[in-house]
Design a protein around this ligand. Structure first.
Ligand code: ADP
Length: 263
């Protein structure tokens, strides 16, 4: 990888220099895509060259969250990714006719991911983020094969049930010998007008997943941060301008920026 001998695969050249983070979760709805979109723009704000691959076939939401409206442009045999808030974005959703259900089989997913890496002209990237589908499916194994240097970020909520499935998602990475770089706990609490915190989904899930994955890997898997529940985060995602840009002083945005800097 990374030699002049294989210039026909642009990403092969980039991988040696590009840090690749795959954002994983045990189940849907924990905020994995929101975290991915916000980390991407936070890293771009810090001056890094950032790309995002939305590989979440079941719930591709990255284009909406980043406000991407057009598909990649075809130039010769390459695809030029659209750029949103300074981030290059390719989503499986850009290749699916609107309103149609997606029924993917493992080999199709593998091929799609391969194409995203080989046929998209990323240029030089400092960081590539992959938004994985929830769970421990085929794509995690594909990522391990296609991007063996990628590191895994596990997103969970504080809830026991979410933490258990998040652990399982993280342990796949251990089996495929990928490094788990850390755990992000999302929806950790809701700030109350009186200054107290309402822990809607309980507490401790992120810490538990981090400790368990540390045990499994025999290394240190840190809890990278905790993100509060915040209406502004949801609204910002719906509007296509992530909260780290639309409301940079909000506690959720601050937590996300800190997590990005810790990667
Ligand atoms: P996933 O990718 O894990 O399925 P999403 O990022 O799509 O999850 O988030 C699911 C929903 O929850 C979205 O509507 C999103 O805006 C909302 N959401 C995620 N994190 C938060 C948060 N910290 N506060 C408020 N809403 C959130």
């Amino acid at each position: 990888r990374g030699t002049d001998a294989e210039p026909q695969i642009p990403f092969a050249q980039a991988t040696s220099l590009t840090k690749v983070f795959a954002i994983a979760s045990g189940k849907g709805g924990v905020g994995k895509s929101s975290v991915t979109a916000n980390l991407a723009v936070a890293l771009a704000e810090d001056g890094l060259r950032v790309g995002v691959v939305d590989a979440d076939i079941y719930g591709f939401s990255i284009p909406r969250m980043l406000g991407v409206t057009r598909p990649p442009t075809k130039v010769d045999d390459m695809l030029l990714p659209p750029i949103a808030h300074g981030v290059k974005v390719v989503s499986i959703g850009m290749f699916v006719p609107a309103g149609q259900p997606v029924v993917w089989r493992g080999p199709m997913l593998h091929r799609a991911l391969q194409q995203f890496l080989a046929d998209v002209f990323w240029g030089d990237l400092d960081v590539l983020l992959l938004d994985l589908p929830p769970g421990t499916g085929d794509i995690a194994i594909s990522v391990a094969q296609l991007l063996p240097g990628s590191q895994i970020v596990v997103v969970t909520t504080p809830q026991d049930a979410a933490a258990e499935v998040a652990e399982r998602a993280g342990s796949v990475a251990v089996q495929t010998r990928q490094q788990v770089v850390g755990v992000v706990e999302n929806m950790s609490w809701l700030d109350q007008p009186d200054g107290s915190r309402l822990e809607i989904f309980g507490s401790g899930g992120g810490r538990r997943v981090a400790d368990r994955l540390s045990q499994l890997t025999g290394g240190d898997v840190p809890l990278l941060g905790q993100i509060p529940l915040d209406t502004r985060l949801r609204e910002a995602g719906d509007a296509g301008t992530p909260v780290v840009l639309s409301d940079p002083d909000s506690p959720a945005a601050e937590a996300l920026r800190d997590i990005a800097r810790g990667l």
